[in-house]
Ligand binder design. Structure first.
Ligand SMILES: *Cc1c(COP(=O)(O)O)cnc(C)c1O
Length: 455
């Protein structure tokens, strides 16, 4: 273990994190932090998704009708909805009760962003939104000259727009899923797209993007290097938009819309979320943008009745470290001797977003660091109990509801919603390998020897 600088070494939570141990930090909810002034960008993003619904329905036939499991929550929507199901998971809950030898108070539910349409991960929310916002800006700029109406979804299917789009490029750095979402949507709108990928990105993601006509640039370094290369290539270039995962309000706005949808889904399921039946949400966290946007939206919708817990691999707890130390993007997990490496590729991030910690940090109710073995075992639990196959990153939050604090304030009643963040795009053979490996690890899930800190 690296020697910690004195100002960090005196913090028992940082010491626990630095040791690589499963660590949980639950913050008391005595005072509710004020919401940052981002409600308008959230509402604009919701309206933008609504405007583009007819375009999605036409462009991606699989979204043309609203699937049965979403119909009751969205009765007035005819198609083009980018949304995932909300489902109870009693079998997984029962299995985990058994493995941990302790019963969870309340009910376990799953949010199925692993099967969001078109790109199969939570990145469809933020990534699609930023591409759509850019498309509207491009259309707006040429509206007068070309007789386009940027607010009319039909404008994005006509030849004039596609010719203009072909002269514009969208650039992003990604470990995989953000690149997939941005690349697929950019290509469908007619934009040129470049995805800068880190060394750990999966081969099939690169192949899939190239099949969509996206330029894939491979880098030998990590995520930060890929992002830097993308940023540098976009800086000097004309008609080029760089999607900055470290600092984007547009990505954030797209993620936040999930909360408006979730409110309708709980209502349609007959579940009221209030102080008597609080909602605790467990969000896998990489750079922090996805969980940050969702958290802001949920706090705006449910107020004190919701608590959001960010979950990260124990070797890459970037947001946890940034918020706990108050140094945010000024500190990386390597600074406390952790590797930053994890089997959960979407979560292999060593340094958090510049934007999320300072803005959303006060709204986050807790942080948890989970060993890779438990993340991989989660794939097995979901396969065995619910017949759901996801990528490892998606299961990070699955066992966290069983980590209970000692005070009544951290009571475990109400709804425990584990956000499943990715999986549908994983090719069959890789998926089978994740499942096999996960099934072999399930029995290793047992009473969490987790250090739990409550303050
Ligand atoms: C990107 C991603 C996350 C986390 O989102 P961040 O914005 O990086 O925090 C979680 N799960 C999966 C599968 C992802 O691809």
């Amino acid at each position: 273990m690296t020697d910690l600088p004195d100002e960090l070494g005196i913090d028992e939570i940082i010491r626990s994190l630095a040791s690589g141990a499963p660590t949980t930090w639950l913050r008391s909810t005595r005072t509710e932090a004020a919401l940052p002034d981002l409600g308008d960008v959230m509402d604009s993003a919701a309206a933008r998704f609504d405007r583009f619904a007819p375009w999605f329905a036409e462009t991606f036939p699989e979204t043309a009708t609203v699937p049965a499991e979403l119909a009751s929550a969205f009765p007035d929507t005819s198609g083009g909805l980018i949304e995932s199901a909300l489902v109870p998971a009693p079998a997984a809950q029962h299995r985990l009760d058994g493995l941990f030898g302790s019963e969870l108070g309340g009910q376990l539910w799953l949010k199925r962003d692993d099967s969001l349409p078109v790109s199969g991960s939570i990145k469809a929310r933020g990534g699609f939104h930023e591409v759509l916002e850019f498309a509207e800006a491009v259309a707006e700029a040429v509206a007068a000259e070309h007789g386009l109406d940027a607010l009319d979804p039909a404008a994005y299917s006509i030849r004039e727009f596609r010719e203009i789009a072909a002269n514009h490029r969208i650039v992003v750095g990604s470990t995989g899923n953000l690149g997939l979402s941005i690349g697929i949507l950019s290509a469908r709108l007619g934009f040129a797209a470049s995805v800068h990928m880190s060394a750990d990105a999966r081969e099939w993601k690169k192949t899939m993007l190239r099949d969509h006509g996206v330029d894939v640039i491979e880098h030998a370094g990590d995520f930060v290097e890929a992002v830097e290369a993308g940023r540098a290539s976009a800086e000097a270039a004309e008609n080029t938009h760089f999607v900055d995962d470290e600092d984007s309000v547009s990505l954030f706005a797209g993620y936040s819309v999930a909360a408006l949808r979730l409110e309708r889904q709980f209502a349609a399921a007959g579940v009221s979320i209030d102080e008597q039946n609080p909602l605790t949400v467990y969000l896998p966290c990489g750079i922090g943008g996805g969980p940050g946007g969702v958290t802001f939206g949920l706090k705006r919708v449910f107020g004190a009745a919701v608590r959001c817990v960010f979950v990260e691999p124990s070797q890459a707890p970037a947001m946890f470290l940034g918020v706990r130390t108050g140094q945010h993007s000024g500190i990386s997990v390597q600074d406390i001797g952790l590797s930053g490496a994890t089997a959960a590729d979407g979560l292999a991030v060593a340094r958090p977003s510049r934007f999320i910690g300072p803005t959303i940090g006060p709204l986050i109710s807790g942080f948890a660091a989970v060993p890779d073995e438990v993340i991989r075992a989660g794939v097995g639990v979901l396969h065995e109990t619910e017949g759901i196959d996801v990528e490892p990153s998606a299961t990070a939050g699955l066992t966290i509801p069983w980590r209970k604090g000692e005070t009544a304030a951290q009571s475990s009643t109400g709804v425990h919603l584990v956000w499943l963040t990715g999986g549908a795009m994983v090719p069959g053979d890789e998926r089978a390998a994740y499942v096999d490996e996960g099934l072999g690890l399930v029995e290793r899930i047992s009473s969490p020897a987790s250090a739990i800190f409550v303050d």
